[in-house]
Design a protein around this ligand. Structure first.
Ligand code: MSP
Length: 662
């Protein structure tokens, strides 16, 4: 059992965006975090792991809108999808935090207030590229660049934002990285960050006034926090008041290292809070040697693999195959190949061989091994050395090396069995042969005991089964990985029932089965995300829609449609919006007490003169939103193909203003 006073080890995964369902990339980081958590626990730490979901921002709001859901409904569904996925995979997440948790708003507010009090927040105007059609900021885009969502040219807009004085932290960061060389790992990422810091740091815009789905900035009506200022704080919020901060380790993918190694320490320093101890950025999991992405349709999900071979073999494969830190390729063939060679043949075979011989030659009881015959002593030495080397590698997160070492030990024992020939020794009645038989049986079983302890972080379910087969009744998790000693297996202990841990898998059949399950899983996930197009690479294109026609949105209930209030409106006035060549400000008669104002992106298609007096259709019950400082109350309905001008909806017969479309 863990000592009450055990030192803490607090680690985190990134919090995942809810605009995608969990896939093998998210799983990779979360597996690694779970492995480190267990390893730390088994080396005497009180290890606590935080993960969660990143739920704010315009994209999420839009995804929810597209599905006719509120952002609250949408985010709850997808967040739950992540949580259940981790449960199914047997992962232990101690704290699962959603950015929509009320504790998060409070904590982000505290961070902001502390930064502000210390003089690191100021108001400025933000200029960037914006897509009027999608109502989306496009980061890093240059004037005239297309919107990544719809391809229309973006426009340069300016709005008032709150800024964080990131520029004030360059020297501090350089100094911190020098004093704490372990802060950013691996080395390649540290160098990347140092190179980045050769240039001056630009201040960071941390709020938006065009977005409503976010944490409101205290005392700044209309402003919500913009992504990273909110997201990074989950690490802190999740353990607030528990004495676990600072984090000992943030595990992230390499693409978000900059936010973690530069923004995050700067925010914390500005607030006067403690910095995390270490950030480790791993590489990308590729599929067919290409980065997985929604648009390429080459995303792999863990669920079909788990259903066919269990979660442990997938973990083993990922961390044995790919040196942690670098990029690596995922392939179903390689997965099944390693399963058969390393798990079914290697580990599984040694276990079934050992327990079968103990049953056959020693009545199912672990024999005592008193003699120190050369071979057995050599196994003992090898196992002890392996355990030490394993810990060294694991401490450096060189999981592939740690696993390689264990498998070298298994091979060593296999060879010793061949040398000893227990099947011949069993036929000799002399005491020496019988003692040698005891030694090899004991050594194999004891090696398997040690290996179960070493592998517990990587193969959490399988090792429990091996543990039980060896007749162990203590809690495997309470063993100390860093204090392994040869000889822990008690003589006379009865080995358990034989069970086939790793049935051999036929490559073709297994991959086919996984592919079939993948189609089902993709359809299920797409339904949650409100997508119609399946995202599997192999899906045949049976029919191609005419250019510019998008697929019909997922079906909705009649009640959902009934929520949308479409009305006939007459345009009373129309004028151009300053510095926005696509926008028109319209006032409309909708048979209400007062005319409404609607800002519409139709200035390229219609002149104000063409519009005044015209009857059009509007969505009358959309939440008002501010566009270019003008509150727009509703939306005008127009039809367009992708990349063509919008055409306003109208009527052939006359129809009174205010009439509802049903
Ligand atoms: N929400 C931000 C992170 C905020 S942390 C305060 C985010 N979310 S994400 O959903 O895009 O997740 C990115 C992370 O998922 C990566 O950093 C990595 O940990 C993991 N991965 C997603 N795809 C991956 C691969 N293909 N390969 C390896 N890891 C991947 O960024």
């Amino acid at each position: 059992m863990l000592d009450e006073n055990a030192p803490k080890f607090y680690l985190t995964t990134p919090i995942y965006y809810v605009n995608a369902a969990p896939h093998i990339g998210h799983t990779y980081t979360t597996f690694a975090a779970d492995m480190i958590r267990t390893y730390k626990r088994m080396t005497g730490y009180r290890a606590v792991l935080t993960s969660g979901t990143d739920e704010h921002g315009q994209k999420v709001q839009r995804a929810a809108e597209k599905m006719g859901q509120t952002p609250e409904q949408y985010t709850a569904t997808i967040s739950e999808e992540f949580r259940t996925q981790w449960e199914k995979l047997g992962l232990h997440i101690d704290r699962f935090l959603r950015t929509t948790d009320p504790r998060q708003a409070a904590a982000v507010g505290k961070l902001y207030s502390a930064c502000k009090k210390n003089g690191y927040i100021y108001k400025g105007s933000y200029t960037g590229q914006y897509c009027m059609f999608d109502e989306l900021y496009v980061n890093d885009a240059q004037p005239g660049d297309p919107c990544p969502e719809c391809g229309r040219p973006t426009e340069t807009v300016t709005e008032e934002n709150l800024y964080f004085k990131l520029s004030a932290f360059k020297e501090f960061l350089l100094d911190h990285f020098e004093k704490h060389p372990e802060f950013i790992q691996p080395e390649i990422r540290r160098n990347e960050i140092l190179a980045f810091l050769k240039n001056d740091l630009k201040d960071l815009s941390i709020s938006r006034t065009t977005i409503t789905w976010g944490i409101p900035v205290p005392d700044e009506p209309g402003h919500v926090f913009y992504v990273w200022f909110d997201a990074l704080m989950t690490y802190w919020t999740a353990v607030e008041g528990e004495g676990l901060w600072p984090a000992d380790l943030h595990l992230v993918g390499k693409e978000i290292i900059r936010f973690h190694a530069i923004y995050w320490p700067a925010f914390l320093k500005a607030a006067g809070w403690e910095l995390p101890k270490r950030i480790f950025a791993h590489g990308w999991l590729l599929f067919d040697n290409d980065k997985m992405s929604k648009s390429k349709g080459n995303i792999v999900r863990p669920e079909p693999i788990r259903q066919v071979m269990g979660a442990d073999p997938l973990r083993y494969f990922l961390f044995r195959e790919i040196p942690f830190g670098g990029d690596g390729n995922f392939s179903f063939d390689a997965l099944v190949g390693r399963y058969n060679s390393d798990l079914a043949n290697g580990l599984g075979n040694l276990l079934s061989r050992t327990t079968a011989m103990i049953r056959q030659y020693r009545g199912g009881k672990i024999p005592a091994a008193n003699g120190a015959a050369r071979g057995a002593a050599a196994i003992a030495d090898e196992a002890t050395k392996t355990a030490a080397a394993y810990c060294d590698s694991f401490d450096r997160f060189e999981f592939h090396r740690a696993l390689e070492q264990v498998w070298a030990l298994l091979t060593f024992v296999d060879r010793a069995i061949v040398q000893y020939q227990p099947w011949n020794l069993s036929k000799q009645e002399d005491a020496e042969s019988q003692a040698r038989l005891d030694e090899i049986l004991y050594s194999s079983a004891e090696t398997l005991r040690i290996v179960s302890i070493l592998l517990k972080p990587v193969l959490p379910e399988i090792t429990e089964k091996i543990w039980a087969q060896l007749g162990m009744t203590t809690a495997l998790l309470d063993e100390r990985i860093d204090r392994l000693e040869w000889g822990g297996l008690a003589a006379g202990q009865a080995v358990g029932e034989a069970a086939q841990l790793f049935p051999r898998l036929d490559l073709k059949e297994t991959v086919e089965k996984m592919n079939e399950l993948e189609v089902v899983e993709v359809a299920r996930q797409n339904a949650l995300l409100g997508k119609t197009a399946p995202e599997v690479a192999s899906t045949p294109a049976e029919w191609t829609a005419p250019e510019g026609i998008t697929p019909v949105a997922p079906q909705i209930e009649f009640d959902d449609f009934a929520k949308v209030d479409l009305r006939v409106a007459r345009i009373l006035t129309a004028e151009k919006v300053e510095k926005a060549d696509k926008l028109l400000k319209l006032t409309m008669d909708v048979a209400e007490r007062e005319p409404r104002t609607i800002v519409a992106g139709i200035a390229k298609a219609y002149t104000p003169e063409q519009l005044v007096g015209r009857k059009v259709v509007i969505v009358a019950n959309l939440q008002p939103r501010k566009l270019r400082g003008i509150m727009s109350n509703g939306m005008i309905v127009a039809a367009s193909l992708e990349n063509t001008s919008p055409v306003l909806a109208g009527f052939l017969e006359d129809v009174p203003v205010g009439a509802r479309l049903k």
